[in-house]
Each structure stands twice: as C-alpha cells, then as structure tokens.
Design a protein around this ligand. Structure first.
Ligand code: NDP
Length: 249
C-alpha cells in the first residue's frame, strides 16, 4: 500500500486503532481521526517509531464541518486520499420503551450522519485517486455490524443505525463502483473493545452475562478483514463480510 493514504475514523481505540496499525504496517500513510487527541498522538508515535507515517486529526464526525476539515487536513498534509475506513461508532443498547432518547440521538449522529458526512467529504478525493493513483482503485470500508443484518429485542435503534449503514453502502457502491471506488461493508459480531462500556450499568451487566462464556473477536481480527478487502486486486471488489466469533449464534 506504499504511496497510498488512508483516513481511519474512530482510530483512538478498538477496531479503528487496529486497522490503522495494520494499514500503516503495509506502507499506507494513515490519518487518525477521533475526538481523543491524546490517544491518537500515542498511536501516531507508535506508527512513526515503526517507520510509518501518521497524522493526528482531532475530529467529532457528528459535525459536518469537522468531517470536511478532517478530509481536507488529510489531503493537504499527506497529499491524497485512497482509502476511507468509516469506523467511528457508538452502541447504546436497551429497550425502546422508556429509553433515554438522547442515546438514540447520539447513535444516529455518529453511526449514520457521521459516517455519511465522512463519505461525502471523501468521495471526490477517492474518485480522483481511483482515476490517477498508484493502485488505480480506491476504497471506502464502512463498518456496520451483525446488528446491521439481524435485529434483536433490546438493540432497536443500534439495529436501525447499522441497517442504515448497509443500505447507504449498497446504494453508494452501485453509484461509484464503475469508477473504481469500491464501497465495502464489514459486519463484525462481538469484538472485545471499549464499545459496550458506554452503556448504562444494567445494560452492560446483561451484555457481560450474554458473552461471559464466549471468546470474542479481537480488534485485530476485524483489522485483518478490512486489510484483506483493501488489498484485493483492482478487479476484485469484496462487497460485504460478516465475521462472528465462532461461538456466537
Ligand atoms: P470503540 O469504542 O473501541 O471505538 C469507537 C471509536 O469511535 C473510538 O475511536 C471513538 O473515538 C470513535 N468515536 C465515537 N464517537 C465519535 C465521534 N463523535 N467522532 C469521532 N469519533 C468518534 O469500539 P469498536 O472499535 O468496537 O467500534 C468501532 C466500530 O465497530 C463501531 O462502528 C461499532 O459499531 C462497530 N462494531 C463493533 C462491534 C464490537 O463488538 N465491538 C461489533 C460490531 C460492530 P473518540 O471517543 O476518541 O472520539
């Protein structure tokens, strides 16, 4: 991937952090976007210490202007944009009845609007990279979830946001694939990250019980999946990959 530039959202922890490390190890220059700039700075140092190129991009993707600025900073400092890993997300579970609606607003803002703002800002640069770049193909990998395929009692709004990511990705794929921008969807099952930790205590307890006896995926497992998609030859588009822990039903 040398000579290419990747922007990874949600790079301050979990899947985004692992994906950034994986892409950097394969020679991509990586722009690391999230709100926690201290975590991004630590990751950037680690990538640079291994001989890679990393740029810290402090951004709250729920602000359209921040998504535009993140893409602009990436292209102006790293020169181009070949890959967008649209990964930033939040998962706040629980019944619909009596739910704190603020949690729904956060999920829709990050998982749906944030992902679409980043896609919109990145697309002109991805199209340009596919037309004239070292690989003559560009990638947008949108991180959905098994929750984007199967709805569950207690996950209604998270399910809704991830189903939205699937619908948006498929429509966009049809729009730009003829111009060699590959739009791919990754749908992880349970991954051991910070994601669940933002839930209310009673919800978190239920989640911990549900997954107590299961070996969950590691963030690196999904980073591998993302890297596999991006490193396919130009004529191969992996449209969608659903990856569960073996024991997850
Ligand atoms: P983490 O909580 O470890 O990572 C989430 C990332 O999103 C963080 O880097 C966080 O950074 C970033 N983020 C959250 N809100 C914003 C915002 N407003 N602006 C910019 N960045 C933001 O969880 P995961 O790594 O597990 O999650 C990554 C993706 O994978 C999500 O889309 C999630 O839905 C999906 N997924 C995860 C699964 C799992 O079991 N873990 C299963 C299926 C899908 P910061 O707080 O610094 O802004």
């Amino acid at each position: 991937m040398s000579g290419t530039v990747a922007l990874v959202t949600g790079a301050s922890s979990g899947i985004g952090e692992a994906a950034a490390l994986s892409l950097a190890s394969r020679g991509a220059a990586v722009a690391l976007a999230a709100r926690r700039a201290d975590r991004l700075a630590t990751l950037a140092e680690r990538i640079r210490a291994d001989g890679g190129t990393a740029l810290v991009v402090e951004a709250d993707v729920t602000e359209q202007s921040a998504a535009v600025a993140a893409v602009h900073q990436t292209v102006s400092e790293l020169g181009r944009l070949d890959t967008l890993v649209n990964n930033a997300g939040v998962m706040l579970l629980g019944p619909v009845v009596d739910a704190p609606v603020e949690e729904w607003q956060r999920m829709v803002s990050v998982n749906v609007m944030g992902l679409m703002y980043c896609a919109h800002a990145a697309l002109p640069h991805l199209l340009a990279a596919a037309a004239d770049g070292p690989r003559r193909v560009a990638d947008m990998v949108n991180v959905s979830s098994v929750a984007g395929r199967v709805a569950r009692n207690g996950s209604g709004v998270y399910n809704a946001t991830k189903h939205a990511v699937g619908a948006f990705s498929e429509a966009l794929r049809q729009e730009v694939t003829g111009r060699y921008v590959r739009v791919s969807l990754v749908e992880p099952g349970a991954v051991a990250t910070e994601l669940a930790g933002h839930n209310r205590p009673e919800i978190l307890e239920g989640l911990n019980q549900r997954f107590a006896d299961m070996q969950r995926l590691e963030a690196e497992d999904i980073a591998d999946t993302i890297t596999y998609i991006i490193t396919r030859p130009r004529h191969v588009a992996v449209n969608e990959l659903l990856v569960r822990p073996t024991q997850q039903q």
